[in-house]
Design a protein around this ligand. Structure first.
Ligand SMILES: Cc1cc2nc3c(=O)[nH]c(=O)nc-3n(C[C@H](O)[C@H](O)[C@H](O)COP(=O)(O)OP(=O)(O)OC[C@H]3O[C@@H](n4cnc5c(N)ncnc54)[C@H](O)[C@@H]3O)c2cc1C
Length: 604
């Protein structure tokens, strides 16, 4: 079973040497307290909590799962105590406003905190994670009274939160939501309907749960334009323990994340309160969608990292045959797995995705900080600018990193051979837990449509790709003459040209054949992911090379490993991008021509 160890060396490398978080924090209105000492203390304390308390519950939480007794969901043994420690430490409100009980630190620190929790124990991290969704929605769209009543206990972590969107007939297409909201004379609403798959819908770690619910007012327009957003608490404020018509219908039985309670929630004339304007529920819900999606993108990194932490010591210990180039451990009965090329390939893939993904996430987290600055400075233009910059990153991070996180979690299991399939080692749990990440918070297909259809073609006509690829061209032109960085520089220049060509070609075909947007979207997303990660590996390589020559905070071996992983990524992983580009450019015919009724002649 992997014992989670926070990768603080890599985190520090990114924060201090690659992205200069110190200067970044100095530029933020809420960055004054995020001094290097404070950042170090947060990372150190969170690492301890995750390594000693939250991580050790990962496997037992999976074995025990959640149970529903007398209408209340019980979390696995130890979760309540671990949550109490998390709550007492003030972690929930780390990046939320001081006036509502938080610590007011930048959003990126919240994401870095979350990354450690997510890797140590994804199921556990979902409880405070869902609360963050509710907190962000109330912070931005709630009235002052709603903030005092709900945001304060949520920020303190004494209450939990959920996001109730999905219904049996719809998950992606929320225009089909049926839950009803009947206005009452006192300004409240009676909410009735059933929501399914609600994460943290009920549990025993908090006093009360605040549900953020999508519902329809009477006579609301059909589709997405007729959906409003409501706060529906399990217990009304001041009436803890008194039934408000919110109940758990059942707990979903699922493939993984078994310690996370996924509930069918019934709302039976439950008292709720409108949040934001009538019929603008989806817009309000999507306000913080980019940051929520960064939170799920993190799941890809989390599972890559944890699976790597499990596979690496096993590969160093397990003996099998001799290395092809000759004995590496002559005194042992055989050489360790790590000396075999194919095992090294899998380990390096895991390392490349975990560390490359972390770099992508930390960079985007700075954009999220800038976006929040716009809100704090009441500068909506600034907010919208950074939100839209971040908007290009989020489908790529969410779609690509969760797909790759799942793939390399599987590689980690493969390193164990048959033992990976046996529960005892904990490697198969990581694969089961990782599987959900490509499904919720917008499936990979929906991220791909959002990226290509909305962000690239409709909203920016390819400008977002042109803007991002300027970074690749800058790196390329600056480093083309450097013998160590030339291979990266050269490839980035090629990728920059290819990514723009791909975008333009798809745009031209899609103007005549709309199906192109859907048929090309997945491959375009994966191409974009490979290309973006290439840039982030190149800049890490650039910093590592510089530190090797001029000295850095870490030992030379650390920087050499960075250069070696960058080289592996460029030589062994990046070529997959080409296959995706080729597939994306193919005409729609081979996907669209087969009639729906001709897919099979036997099954119906
Ligand atoms: C464990 C778990 C936890 C969850 N937690 C929550 C939660 O806390 N709150 C909440 O509200 N929901 C939650 N969900 C629901 C989740 O967000 C939805 O399952 C997800 O959005 C997909 O919706 P769906 O299942 O209805 O699939 P569908 O929307 O039916 O999609 C089915 C397939 O069709 C594809 N597809 C659909 N439309 C299109 C299109 N136009 N073009 C191309 N492809 C398309 C999809 O990509 C997918 O592959 C959770 C789900 C699970 C399993």
């Amino acid at each position: 079973m992997p014992n989670y160890k926070a990768p603080v060396r890599d985190m520090r490398f990114l924060m201090n040497e690659v992205f200069d978080f110190e200067s970044h924090y100095k530029s933020l209105p809420n960055g004054e307290d995020a001094t290097p000492d404070m950042v170090e203390a947060i990372v150190g304390e969170m690492a301890k909590l995750c390594e000693n308390t939250i991580g050790p519950l990962y496997q037992s939480g999976d074995e025990e799962g959640c149970t529903l007794k007398d209408g209340v969901v019980h979390t696995p043994k130890g979760f309540k105590e671990a949550y109490a420690e998390f709550q007492a430490g003030g972690w929930q409100g780390l990046s939320h406003p001081v006036e509502y009980g938080g610590q007011g630190l930048p959003m990126s620190l919240g994401l870095i905190k979350q990354e450690m929790m997510a890797t140590a124990n994804w199921s556990f991290s979902m409880y405070p994670g869902l609360s963050l969704g509710a907190m962000n929605t109330i912070q931005l769209h709630g009235s002052e009274e709603q903030k005092q009543e709900y945001l304060v206990p949520l920020t303190e972590g004494t209450w939990g939160g959920t996001m109730c969107l999905t219904e049996p007939q719809c998950g992606t297409d929320l225009g089909q939501v049926k839950t009803k909201a009947e206005p009452q004379k006192d300004g409240s609403y009676k909410i009735s309907g059933t929501k399914i798959f609600i994460s943290s819908g009920d549990h025993d770690m908090v006093e009360n749960i605040v549900h953020i619910v999508l519902a329809r007012l009477p006579d609301a327009p059909k589709g997405t334009k007729g959906i409003s957003l409501f706060i529906v608490p399990k217990y009304l404020p001041g009436k803890i323990g008194e039934d408000n018509g919110v109940s758990v219908g059942s707990l979903e039985k699922k493939m993984g994340i078994k310690a996370s309670a996924t509930c069918v929630m019934n709302f039976d004339e439950a008292t709720g309160f409108l949040i934001g304007p009538e019929n603008k529920g989806l817009e309000c819900m999507f306000t913080f969608m980019n940051t929520a999606r960064l939170g799920t993108a993190m799941q890809g990194i989390a599972h890559a990292e944890l699976s790597y932490q499990g596979a690496l010591p096993y590969a160093k210990e397990r003996k099998s045959m001799r290395a092809l180039s000759g004995k590496k451990e002559p005194d042992a009965i055989a050489d360790s797995l790590i000396h075999h090329g194919d095992v090294r390939r899998m380990l390096l893939k895991q390392k490349a995705i975990a560390e490359g993904g972390r770099a992508m996430l930390y960079f985007s987290a700075q954009y999220a900080d800038n976006m929040i600055s716009g809100i704090l400075e009441d500068d909506m233009e600034k907010y919208e600018h950074w939100d839209s910059e971040l908007g290009f990153f989020t489908p790529i991070l969410k779609g690509f990193l969760t797909e790759k996180g799942l793939e390399v979690a599987n590689d980690g299991m493969q390193v164990f051979g048959g033992h990976g399939y046996i529960k005892e080692h904990g490697m198969e749990q990581i694969v089961r837990d990782a599987r959900i990440s490509t499904l919720y918070e917008g499936t990979t297909g929906i991220q791909a449509l959002d990226l290509l259809g909305r962000k690239v073609l409709l909203t920016t006509k390819g400008k977002c790709v042109r803007d991002f690829t300027k970074k690749l061209v800058d790196f390329g032109t600056k480093n083309l003459r450097d013998p160590k960085l030339r291979p990266f520089a050269w490839k980035l220049l090629k990728i920059a040209a290819e990514w723009n060509y791909l975008t333009t070609r798809i745009m031209l075909v899609a103007a005549k054949d709309r199906d192109m947007v859907s048929t090309a979207s997945y491959d375009f997303l994966m191409y974009s992911g490979y290309a973006m990660m290439a840039y982030f590996w190149a800049i890490q390589a650039g910093v590592a090379k510089d530190k090797l020559e001029n000295g850095g905070n870490e030992p030379a071996e650390f920087y050499k490993a960075k250069l070696a992983t960058a080289e592996f990524y460029f030589e062994r992983m990046l070529p997959s991008a080409k296959g995706h580009a080729d597939a994306a450019l193919k005409p729609t015919r081979s996907i669209m021509k087969l009639k729906a009724e001709d897919f099979s002649f036997d099954y119906e």
